[in-house]
Design a protein around this ligand. Structure first.
Ligand code: MIG
Length: 629
């Protein structure tokens, strides 16, 4: 059952697809205290959800803040990352789900200030609240997901493996990467183009020397089963003569300052404007621009910098420059020097800037800060709506920033992680929360984005990520190469990525089933074994679809791990490409997992395909069975 409570929201966010009547009275079991929703927890209370946040599957013991943020360090103390996903389930004396539908900032203190108290505080008290009760954790998720509408289903080929790197600049770089994969016999379906494919970082342009004929090149790649997936950034370069700027400026499609002038920000292209995605006309206009690339044979995109990330605003920069100039010949003592440094650091993603521009929405002019968390969602929606018009086939689309609602339009990737062992586990722990909020097509940058990857880290990361719907290896500019062919002997990588392809018929059909049933593809063990107290404390294993459980290794130099089996299962082991199985009883086990072996568990038999070099070659018909008891 869903009850909706009215706290005078300032705008319809678009998150829900059903218009439920409001319920009078208090949103029990929460009590209202000082503009917060408060609830006491007992020792056994567990909390799930909150989508893309840091820390564990059970969210208890930390504080989280929904405010879409370009956060390059995913460390434990961070409260905000790129998404704003305000749905959680409280599994305590009373068990219920709660969705705080609010486009601005909201804080979830889940036993942080006081370890037994949940305090949820919207910065501006204007929201819709949905309280959901049902007789199981899965059923609560099902009710919520029916409320927010069906999740995005990508094309089948998007279940293949993709390679990306911020640092591939030219057609030759991409060609070389494709050749290296082919020469190593490692399957591949997607190669990603990062910002350098553009001409001066201008959206919807292609650099004339780096990619002299992208149409021919993308056709050539597709012949080998590889699709090119370009990035699109939110901000548009301010440059007269660049048609996207000229049109947007003339039609008033960019966000404006309080005087109605285009609000100028600094991002990759230098001085830029923010398309007003909350204005439906502007969103439709921007979406149509993707045609420039679909006309070249492009079938998928990733949308970046749409929190929106700002390096600076023109206004903030000028103020800072003035401040520094005023120090002039004065003696620059340590304090004023650090002051200057702080002034410059604060230019980036400054809340004052977010408060300084406006959207022209159907509900009137709205300050960006109050609807900040909707920006990435509406960028993704603009692309999705347009791609549905432009193309007959489904397109691949995923975004960095998001709000619930965006799950109907695309997937998300979890942004700029690091080549750290802890980020394998972090990625695993993010998946169930994301799935609860409707984001099923998701994954992390395999091998880690920032920092330098090592061979063993990549092997272990792939061994987990071969189960994530989005399977993409991506790295930052200037970091060590981390492609599957970059660490010498490629055999082990070939075996792991080939295993992914052999599992695609299972993974894809479980994914589609989860979408159709408003269910989760990745689940914590506690969702399937509700009365099992041990299962409820497991933070490093997941159920994948109806039949599988995974328990990846995420610690450097370990070759075994402790595993809890809530019931009897078949252990499936891939060793040098060969598969073996072994029955394991319910309970705790210590399983040997040498580097390069992939071990996972089956409750029931699953389909298993023959090896293939890409999804086009994959034989979806003649399947074996794996894990027969
Ligand atoms: O400021 O396009 O998260 O995946 O490689 C960095 C360059 C901008 C951030 C994305 C990352 C991408 C990078 N982008």
């Amino acid at each position: 059952m869903i009850k909706r409570f009215d706290f005078s929201p300032i705008i319809r966010t678009g998150a829900v697809v059903r218009d439920l009547p409001y319920t009078d009275g208090m949103p029990a079991p929460f009590i209202l205290k000082d503009n917060s929703f408060v609830l006491q927890m007992d020792d056994k209370t567990r909390v799930y959800g909150l989508g893309e946040t840091m820390r564990g599957i059970n969210k208890r013991g930390w504080i989280y803040e929904s405010f879409c943020t370009d956060e390059p360090f995913h460390t434990e103390e961070k409260r905000s990352v790129y998404g704003a996903h305000n749905f959680l389930i409280i599994d305590g004396e009373e068990r219920f789900g709660a969705f705080f539908d609010i486009p601005g900032k909201i804080t979830f203190d889940i036993g942080y200030t006081d370890s037994d108290t949940i305090t949820i505080t919207p910065e501006k008290f204007a929201l819709d609240l949905y309280i959901i009760t049902a007789d199981s954790l899965k059923a609560i998720v099902g009710e919520f997901r029916a409320l927010i509408g069906k999740s995005y289903i990508p094309p089948k080929w998007a279940f293949g493996y993709g390679q990306s790197r911020w640092g591939y600049v030219t057609e030759e770089d991409i060609q070389k990467c494709a050749d290296s994969y082919r020469d190593a016999g490692i399957p591949l379906d997607m190669l990603y183009l990062d910002i350098d494919y553009m001409d001066s970082f201008k959206d919807f342009t292609v650099h004339p020397e780096r990619f002299p004929d992208l149409k021919a090149f993308s056709a050539k790649m597709k012949e080998r089963g590889v699709r090119l997936i370009p990035i699109i950034d939110a901000a548009v370069k301010k440059e007269e003569g660049y048609s996207v700027y000229d049109e947007g400026h003339e039609k008033g499609y960019f966000c404006k300052d309080e005087n109605g002038e285009d609000f100028v920000v600094g991002v990759w292209p230098g001085k830029s404007l923010l398309p007003d995605f909350l204005n439906p006309e502007a969103a439709a206009w921007f979406g149509k621009k993707y045609k420039a690339l679909t006309d070249l044979g492009i079938e998928g995109f990733w949308n970046d910098m749409n929190e929106p990330a700002l390096f600076y605003s023109e206004r903030g920069f000028n103020n800072a420059a003035e401040q520094i100039k005023n120090l002039g010949s004065a003696r620059l003592d340590a304090l004023s020097f650090f002051g200057v440094r702080d002034t410059l650091a604060k230019l980036q993603n400054n809340p004052d800037d977010y408060k300084s521009f406006y959207h022209n929405t159907p509900e009137g002019k709205i300050n960006h800060y109050d609807v900040h968390n909707l920006y990435g969602y509406h960028m993704t929606k603009s692309a999705y709506d347009a791609l549905c018009e432009l193309r007959d086939e489904p397109s691949l689309l995923f975004s960095r920033a998001s709000y619930i609602g965006a799950h109907r339009c695309g997937g998300i990737w979890t942004g700029d992680n690091h080549s750290w062992w802890s980020h394998i586990l972090q990625s695993l722990q993010q998946m169930p929360g994301l799935n609860m909020c409707g984001f099923l097509y998701s994954g992390s940058d395999i091998g880690g984005f920032n920092g330098n990857c090592t061979r063993d880290l990549l092997i272990r990361w792939l061994s987990f990520a071969l189960f994530t719907p989005l399977m993409r290896n991506h790295a930052a500019f200037g970091t060590r190469s981390q492609e599957a062919f970059a660490f010498g002997d490629t055999e082990v990588f070939r075996h792991i990525i080939t295993l992914r392809y052999r599992l695609i018929p299972y993974l894809y059909s479980e994914f589609v089933k989860a979408v159709e049933n408003d269910a989760m593809y990745f689940r914590p063990l506690s969702f399937d074994y509700e009365s099992d107290e041990t299962a409820a404390t497991v933070e490093d294993q997941l159920m994948v679809g109806d039949s599988l459980m995974i328990a990846p290794v995420y610690v450097q130099n370990t070759v075994s791990r402790h595993i809890y089996l809530p019931e009897k299962m078949t252990m499936i082991r891939m060793h040098e490409g060969d598969i073996s199985t072994e029955e394991l009883s319910q309970g705790r086990h210590n399983v040997s997992v040498p580097l390069g072996d992939v071990v996972f568990f089956a409750k029931s038999p699953i389909p298993f395909a023959k090896p293939a070099m890409n999804t086009t070659e994959l034989d979806w018909e003649n399947l074996e069975q794996l894990g027969v008891r």
